[in-house]
Design a protein. Structure first.
Length: 278
């Protein structure tokens, strides 16, 4: 386990946590911050990839809790090599904190600060309005540092970072961004859309006569990916193992590429064999 003291900062999405992050870190003598998938120390991003840079909310949540092994490994290594003594972790719930410290091999928090303890109801309401109506998110680093890591839109920066009159307040270094997934509202992908993708793949595959049935099973939070079951009719004479293996790989690749949803398993059942028409 990494020997760093952890302070948790918890509050629902859109309540102004990132806006107040540097102030909370300052008050609790934290050397660094983990917010939405990135490790920040001072005005520098040490490691990680921002969840605000993801294409949809599902991927953003997965990024924020470090479900990707390579992402988690890079942040763990940065923590181990750093001189950080106390770390502020920002999350939407106590359960999210547990997931993050589990993935990053960190100890339980010695203290938890809740947004309701430091912000009034009116301030939280204002922050929610900004998130819902303007799609604005705060990242607690200057935009000049954030831009190499982020492809979203930067809006209404609180100051000119190159100005000699730049603020020296404890909460001055932050940037306002619009994540790509907040531009267009909600993205809902029906099972029928996934089925259509699979049907087109089947029609184009050599050795497959037709797909007779498709079932898509997903968890309520999509956290561990979807499971796809396909029933097919193959042509007589094909190498069944090779054809089904190719079908599984193509379905997984295309569905993940086109929907940004993780496909956990593709199960293929051979219903029957058919003879090619001469």
């Amino acid at each position: 386990m990494i020997d760093i003291e952890v302070v948790a900062f918890v509050g629902p999405s859109g309540t102004g946590k990132s806006h107040r992050a540097i102030g909370v870190a300052f008050d609790n003598k934290c050397d660094a911050i983990i917010d939405d998938g990135i490790l920040i120390k001072g005005t520098k991003i040490l490691a990680g990839t921002s969840a605000k840079n993801e294409d949809n909310r599902i991927q953003a949540v997965k990024r924020a809790i470090f479900t990707d092994d390579e992402h988690a490994r890079s942040v763990r290594e940065a923590l181990q090599k750093s001189t950080i003594k106390r770390l502020l972790i920002i999350a939407t719930s106590d359960n999210m904190i547990k997931k993050i410290i589990g993935r990053l091999d960190l100890p339980e928090p010695t203290k938890t600060v809740y947004i309701s303890q430091i912000a009034t109801k009116q301030e939280i309401k204002k922050a929610r309005y900004s998130r819902l109506h303007d799609g604005k998110h705060i990242v607690p680093v200057p935009s000049v540092e954030l831009k190499p890591h982020f492809t979203g839109y930067f809006a209404n920066l609180p100051y000119n970072i190159f100005s000699k009159h730049r603020k020296q307040e404890k909460d001055a270094d932050r940037s306002i961004v619009r994540p790509a997934f907040s531009f267009y509202g909600k993205l809902l992908i029906a099972d029928k859309a996934i089925e259509d993708i699979i049907m087109i793949i089947g029609k184009k595959m050599l050795g497959v006569d037709k797909i007779t049935d498709i079932k898509v099973r997903r968890r309520s939070d999509n956290s561990k990916g979807i499971v796809i079951a396909i029933e097919v009719v193959l042509f007589y004479g094909v190498q069944i193992f090779e054809v089904t293996k190719q079908l599984q790989a193509k379905v997984k690749s295309k569905v993940e590429y086109m929907t940004a949803m993780q496909v956990k398993n593709v199960n293929v059942s051979i219903r029957s064999l058919s003879v090619r028409k001469s």
